[in-house]
Structures are given as C-alpha cells and as structure tokens.
Design a protein around this ligand. Structure first.
Ligand code: NOJ
Length: 559
C-alpha cells in the first residue's frame, strides 16, 4: 500500500536492522528463459505465475525479474522503449499484477529491473531527439555531441562500447546531412541518458513511483556505476584484460563518478515514502569491495551485488580473504553483504569454477574456448560453492537453473547466437547466450517443458534432459534437493541474520567457520579432511569413511 498523496513524509524502516533485504535469498528470473506460457519460444510473465508454487517450495524469499518492459529486445530487454509497460512478448500489465499478487500471497517479494543508464533507440524521447535539432531540449536528454575533425567526421572521443566497437554513433540530421554523434556505452541501439539533465531525473522518479505504486518490493539497478560521466568526456583506453564491465580499473571516466551517489540518495528518500522496506540493489562492477560499499552507505542503496565474490576462484585462501573483507567492509557502512555466484551475464558457476583458463566477464565460453572442464567436476564444485555461499550471513542471489546444476551451454551453434557482444566483436567474443538458454522442466516434454509447442529462442543441449526438474524432484541426491535443503536450513537456523567466526586447526585448503550452532567446512584441498564432531545437516557430495572428500562442503550442527 502507498501513502496518501498528502502524507509524503519519509517513513522510518519498518523493521530497522532486520529489514527483509538484509537476509533474503533472492532468485533471479530471466523471464525469456524461465517458462513460456504463450508457446512462442520466449518465456513470459504467465509462465512465472504458473511456477510460483515451485519457487515457494524451493524456499526463496524474493524474485528479481530481469527486464520485461517494452523493448525491441536488441539486448534481451536491457534496451527499454517504454519503462511503464510490459512488452507483449512477456504479457500485459495485468499479467504483471497477477504475478505480483500470486507471489505476495505466497510470501515471496518481487524486485524488478530498472535500466537508467540508457534507453532503447526506439524510446519516444530518442526518436524525438533524432528529429530535433542540435542544441534542442530533446537532444539534451541524451549525450549528443559534435564530432571532431574538419567536418565532425570523427567521434567526440575514443571510448569503446562494453560490447565492443566504438561507443559513439553518428546520426543523419533531418536535412539528410551527416550530423552529431550520440554516446552508447553498450549497443548502438542503447543511447545513454544525460543524467545532468533534471528532466531525466524527474522522469525516473516517475518510473520508480509507477512500479512502487503497483506494489514492487524493490529494484535491481542496471549499470548503477555508469550514469554520470566525467566532465569533458576525456579519452580513455581500457585495459583489455579487465572484463567488459570495467572490472579492475581504478579510474574510468564513465564508471563510478562521485556525482552518481546524489541520484541514489534522492531515490533512497523516494523509496522511504513507501511502506514495506522497499529496496534498491546496485549492479555496479567496481574494482574493489571497498568501492562497491560506497553504493550502500546508509542513505543510498540497500544492497550491491558482490561481484568480487562471484569472481573469486575456487581457492580457499582467496575465498577466506574475500569473505572476511566483504563482511568487514559492508558492515562498516551498516549494509548487509550480498553473495552471488551466477547471473545472466557470466559463465554459469557449474562450468566456471573448473575452467582451466580464465574467461573475462562478458566473453563467454564456446566451441573453440580452451580449458573446458568435464561436467562432473564442474557441478561438484558448484554444489560445494553454493553450500558455502548459503551458509554465509547476509543476502544471497541464485540464478535460475543453478538449482538444477545447469552448466553453461558451451556448444551453441553460431547461427543461434543473439547477444550483441557476438555481433559487435565479429565473433571474437561468444558473449552471454550460453548462460541464458531456457531451463528444463520435464525430461520427456517438448523443449523439456519450457514451452508446450517445443519452441525455444535458444536451442537446449540434449544432455539437459537428465537435469530436468521433474527428474530431480524426488531424487534426494539431486542438485535441486540439495538447494531445497540448504534454503530450508538457512531459513530455519536464521543463517542470513547470523555471524561468522573463523575456525582454526584446518589445513590451508579448507574454508571453515561457525555461523550460530552450525559448523561449515568447505574442502578445497584436493584430498580428504576430517569431519568435525556433531550431526551432519547437509553435505554437498557424499561423505566417505575418512571424512569430507575434495570439493565438498558440509554443514554440521552441534549435538
Ligand atoms: C547489465 C545487464 O546485466 C546486461 O545484461 C546488459 O547487457 C547491460 N547491463 C546493459 O544494460
């Protein structure tokens, strides 16, 4: 429920210190690949509604839905043409309301994706800007600039798009002559807004209210580190190994500019006018935990994705270091730590954690990538890694399909690929399609139950029949059963609200800690390590007579 218009005083948090987002297990739905109700091969909102009982049974507290708003789908919906409507591909606003009500009725909260750095080039504002003259109010909503060179034939600076190629495109003016350039940090069909323009700020306040009034519980904010660009737009050449979202670099003129924080302070106050502890989560790829923590200071966002954790190799010393640093740094600003291992932009962790070569974020894994692991090793490590993650205090994100142990689809044919990264790099980077393949529900059904018609916007690997949800549902050793147990125990024992006490006396290759009455031991040594005294609550792989085998995490409760 929203406050009456007369009463716009900021509300104090309903449950200070124990707001739901501090501890929630949040499941990411990538709508186009979750469940297809209409039969056109693309998942949709009625498909989500149809599976809400499955999500309740899995034991998650909230869902984050990647974009379903109106979009030409050049970047799978991260190119929004109308922020306040549902794309017909995914259903209608009434379908959204039905899905939200169904989720709330089951005690599941809903977070929607907000894409404020750029719109689609089909957005009414950008179409107006194309028709308007240089210097006009319409152009001032985006980053239009004159080109360099005698006739403005060179782009205004040397910035590169995250997806490869130049970050500027030149328009043809209304009179048919070559004209100004506009900035697009992503695809040419994703023009960047100019956030120094108050009209842009006001429009996004309206968009936030539109969804808050409908009852959403929060927003995942896309490219939350990119909205403000350094004055003067100075040239910048990225480190080629840094990963496409900017990863390790200290100072980039389009990432992490100090003035971006004002925007989130403003949004924080806006959300606080609503009841229910509504939340903002930053998607901000920054060089360190310390920098990311700036996004979750008390008057800014509530959560930020801990990509430092996601990018940590399967190595005990690195894991201990990132866990300790994350907890110390985020609690230093009064924010919960989030934990995440997979999403729609990275190689699924059932593949990534046992690759023998490093793959920069956004590059993907394909038929020619060296160092691909065997599935058994990958899924074993993924189960151990998730069992470690879900024992940590804070909030955890799960990406659809990881509860089935899905690996990356590494053998997609070239002609099936759809990620703009693949096209803009002329096939040099495979991109992210391999983690976006529609998930399998029923082994013997067309498209493994994703769509009754058998249609699927990306082809599903044949081997996924063995990973379908119906095959795993009643198998106590399945990855799905493991996730259900982990989530149920996590909730029952209050692990998200717990603490972490490191345990000494284990070999170097072990991550061992206590959270409440639970002892958690992740064995990353390659050999077997002894099982601590107590009752085994969950083990990510079968234990042996000697103890905890390699690549296994165990939760043990004090007797
Ligand atoms: C981050 C999103 O997660 C990704 O999928 C998208 O391509 C870019 N932002 C651009 O919106």
């Amino acid at each position: 429920m929203t406050l009456s218009e007369a009463d716009t005083r900021a509300q104090a948090p309903q449950t200070p210190g124990s707001e739901w987002w501090r501890t929630a297990a949040i499941y990411q739905i990538y709508p186009r690949s979750f469940a297809d109700h209409s039969g056109d091969g693309v998942g949709d909102l009625p498909g989500v509604t149809a599976h809400l009982d499955d999500l309740r049974d899995l034991g998650v507290d909230a869902l984050w839905l990647s974009p379903f708003q109106r979009s030409p789908q050049n970047d799978a919906g991260y190119d929004v043409a109308d922020y306040c409507d549902v794309d017909p591909l995914f259903g209608t606003l009434a379908d959204f309301d039905g899905m939200l009500a169904g989720a709330h009725a089951r005690g599941i909260r809903i977070i929607v994706d907000l894409v404020p750095n750029h719109s689609s080039d089909q957005h009414a504002w950008f179409q107006e800007a194309l028709r308007a003259a240089p210097g006009s109010r319409e152009r001032a909503r985006y980053m239009f600039r004159d080109g360099k060179g005698e006739n403005g034939e060179e782009p205004p600076n040397n910035w590169e798009s995250v997806f490869g190629g130049p970050a500027w495109s030149r328009v043809t003016e209304a009179d048919g002559t070559p004209g100004q350039w506009y900035l697009h940090l992503f695809d040419a069909s994703q023009p960047d807004f100019d956030w120094s323009n108050e009209e842009v700020r006001e429009e996004f306040r309206r968009i936030l209210r539109f969804w808050l009034d409908r009852g959403v519980d929060g927003f995942r904010v896309d490219v939350a580190h990119g909205l403000v660009k350094q004055a003067g737009l100075p040239d910048y050449t990225p480190d080629p190994d840094a990963g496409s979202m900017g990863g390790d670099e200290a100072s980039v003129p389009y990432w992490g500019q100090p003035a971006v924080h004002e925007i989130y302070r403003d949004w924080h106050m806006l959300l606080a006018e609503y009841d229910g502890d509504r939340a903002l989560c930053a998607e901000a790829w920054l060089p360190s935990v310390a920098q990311t923590a700036l996004w979750v200071r008390p008057d800014e966002m509530h959560q930020a994705f801990n990509f430092e954790y996601l990018e940590t190799p399967w190595d005990a010393a690195h894991l201990r270091a990132v866990i300790a640093e994350s907890i110390a740094t985020y609690s230093g600003v009064g924010a919960p730590t989030t934990w995440v291992l997979s999403n729609h932009d990275v190689v699924r962790h059932a593949t990534r954690l046992s690759m023998t070569v490093e793959v920069p974020q956004g590059y993907g894994v394909g038929p020619q990538t060296p160092g691909k692991p065997d599935y058994a090793t990958g899924v074993r490590r993924a189960r151990a890694a998730t069992s470690l993650m879900l024992a940590l205090p804070g909030s955890a994100y799960i990406y659809q399909g990881e509860e089935l142990g899905l690996p990356e689809a590494t053998e997609l044919p070239d002609d099936a690929r759809q990620d703009p990264t693949w096209f803009r790099t002329h096939g040099e980077r495979y991109g992210r399609d391999g983690c976006r393949v529609p998930i399998p529900w029923r082994a013997d059904a067309p498209a493994f139950g994703f769509s009754e018609t058998g249609a699927s916007w990306l082809p599903q690997p044949d081997q996924w029949a063995a990973l379908a949800r119906d095959v795993q549902t009643n198998d106590p050793d399945s990855t799905l059963s493991l996730y259900r147990s982990l989530l149920a125990e996590r909730r029952a024992r209050g692990l998200g609200a717990g603490g972490l006490e490191w345990l000494e006396g284990y070999p170097d290759g072990v991550v061992a800690f206590r959270n409440g009455d639970l002892t958690v031991v992740a064995n990353v040594t390659g050999g077997t390590v002894p099982l601590p005294a107590g009752s085994v609550v969950v083990a990510s792989s079968p234990l042996t007579d000697d103890g905890i085998p390699a690549d296994t995490t165990v939760w043990v409760a004090a007797d």
